[in-house]
Design a protein around this ligand. Sequence first.
Ligand SMILES: [Zn+2]
Length: 455
Amino acid sequence: MTHDERMQQVDQYIDDHLQDFLNDLAELCSYPTVAAQNQAIDETADFTAKLLEKYGFNARVMPSTGNPMVYGELAGSSDKTVLCYNHYDVQPAEPLELWDSPPWEATERDGKLYARGVVDDKGHIVCRLAAIAALNAVYGEVPCSVKMLIEGEEEIGSMSMEPFIEQHRDMLAGADGCLWEFGGVDFEDRPEIVLGMRGDVYVELRAKTISHDAHSGLGGSIFPNAAWRLTWALSTLKDQNERIQIPGWYDDVREPTEAEMELLRNLPRSDEALKKSFGLNSFLKNVDGVEMLRQQLFEPTCTIAGIGSGYQGPGSKTVLPAEAMAKIDFRIVPDQEPDDLVAKLRKHLADQGFDDIEVIQHNGSRAARVDPNSPFVQTVIETAREVYGKEPVVSPTSGGSGPMDPFVRLLNVPISNVGIGYSNTLVHSPNENMRIADFVKGVKQTARVMARTGG
Ligand SMILES: [Zn+2]
């Protein structure tokens, strides 16, 4: 039998057994696994491990520094291995009144399946399992070995991922490629492939100048004002040309490669739509086109995400605030290191005379980037063309952040994505849904990636 004939049989199997896969997905979605509310974590981990076993994996629930990991291995017929990274936790379902059907009861309407987690990320777990079932049925065994690592803290920051990978490096290393947890098609139904993520450093700055708020007539000319202290400190972080002024901030920034710039040049342009949707006349520094994308994806940022002090109610209140706070979200790029940056921030504030400003670090993750020329990425691109009949949109990095760095840095595995989402998936919102046709395509492409990686 030729490869194409086998793939036709794989596709047929997927079409014929679709309802079984959707039933498994519905059962997985019935667990209200909200990590932020510490809900149904152990039950979901246990059920997920059982589900992996049902599809032929040797699976177990493993302890981590936080919520348990589910890990499974399935031996294939070649010495190649695909590692799948997924998560069993989901976002809260609130506000419940905005759901058209109950969030923990998968409901089918108009060719779509609705439930919290149906795409993010339980649907992707079942997508990988369905592909394995089809390959097993047609080939007798899966053409490559598969390892599945499923965490339970993705929606609250993946705090345990790096220590877990460090501790279990031998178990996880040696894969030929890693399928990331998300994926799907864009607003024109083109498959989207993302080859990296930015990192982030999130800090809170706090100024406290006097023991309690004072009458501004009493203290205005003799008491230090916390709002002014914080404002002066903030104004030293970035200049009006958007350049971060903290010494050494850009020292470790890795410039985009020619291959990455080439990907940027091939990305569809959304400048005008983006400006229109935000009521903007121009982007910062007046950039456009490829330069806009370069600035958006490859430049570190310093964003004041929240700020507060003093009286903010109606009318006037003559008060001198004792305290002020700001939250700052720094997006970072390879090879910047979060702890090093926070140390630089503290030193900068002290050097500028602001050692009274408290710096509280909330979280930090490194950025990651994958070589677009790696054979695994090429396999994903080719199989996307084959299944979707459209040229995939390949982005060198996402503007967002996620736990990709320990996979790249500690396991040295190329990462790409195949998925089931679409532009109106509404992840993290009420009425999260997947189009069942997208699920089928995601399963078919996953099967092709595994077959092709196996050779
Ligand atoms: Zn999510």
